[in-house]
Design a protein around this ligand. Structure first.
Ligand code: IMP
Length: 197
């Protein structure tokens, strides 16, 4: 399996994710190049799990670039909604990627089921693939709950409605540096590093 060194493709077209992954890689001296910057197509996420979709994206980017590739598939699971939106987290924002709408839908559906339980978690599967076809996947999560109305304009996606356990502010109210070590992405990344050591 590859060691994390040199150039690595970050198989994502989501600027928020690319920024967070590049920051996790920076201390290792790894140069992160986004799949978007290389003009690689975005494969359709056809799998039913975060792990399946992360592996699919990493494999496609490694094959397309000839470089090792790191892909993230992540999303929000709301307990009272049977873990929705889950792997459909990006799709709940519609073709215009309007996360204001996606957050409204989460709240509307929580009200529709009359849920007092607002617990939720962000989940991240990180897949590392080599151009030769080897793939390893690691999962991390962060627990918290849904708040309404949304608070904060930092971060991306569902950050303004997610308050991590032990904090009185949402991810949307935290700076990039404060949010990063708390995330599902950082936790999956720690596992990946531990496995490569
Ligand atoms: P995908 O992994 O490209 O399918 O997208 C997952 C979606 O989940 C993203 O578009 C975000 O909306 C959401 N998501 C994943 N991680 C985070 C996060 O750290 N904060 C807020 N939303 C996130």
């Amino acid at each position: 399996m590859v060691l994390l060194s040199g150039r690595l493709v970050v198989a994502s077209h989501n600027q928020g994710k690319v920024r967070e992954i590049a920051a996790l890689l920076a201390p290792l001296g790894v140069e992160a190049i986004s799949a978007g910057a290389l003009g690689l197509p975005e494969p359709e996420e056809t799998e039913a799990t975060f792990i399946g979709n992360a592996a699919l994206k990493a494999r496609a980017a490694a094959e397309g670039s000839g470089l090792p590739a790191l892909a993230d598939d992540s999303g929000l699971e709301v307990h009272a909604l049977d873990s929705a939106p889950g792997v459909l987290s990006a799709r709940w924002a519609g073709p215009s990627r309007d996360f204001g709408l996606a957050m409204q839908r989460v709240w509307r559906e929580l009200e529709a089921v009359g849920a007092q339980d607002r617990s939720a978690r962000f989940v991240c599967a990180l897949a590392l693939a080599t151009p030769e076809g080897a793939v390893r996947v690691f999962e991390g999560d962060v627990h918290g709950h849904i708040v309404w109305p949304p608070r904060g304009d930092k971060g991306f996606g569902y950050d303004p409605v997610f308050q991590p356990e032990g904090f009185d502010r949402t991810f949307g109210e935290m700076s990039h540096d404060e949010k990063l070590p708390l995330t599902h992405r950082a936790r999956a990344f720690e596992k990946l590093l531990a496995a490569l050591r």
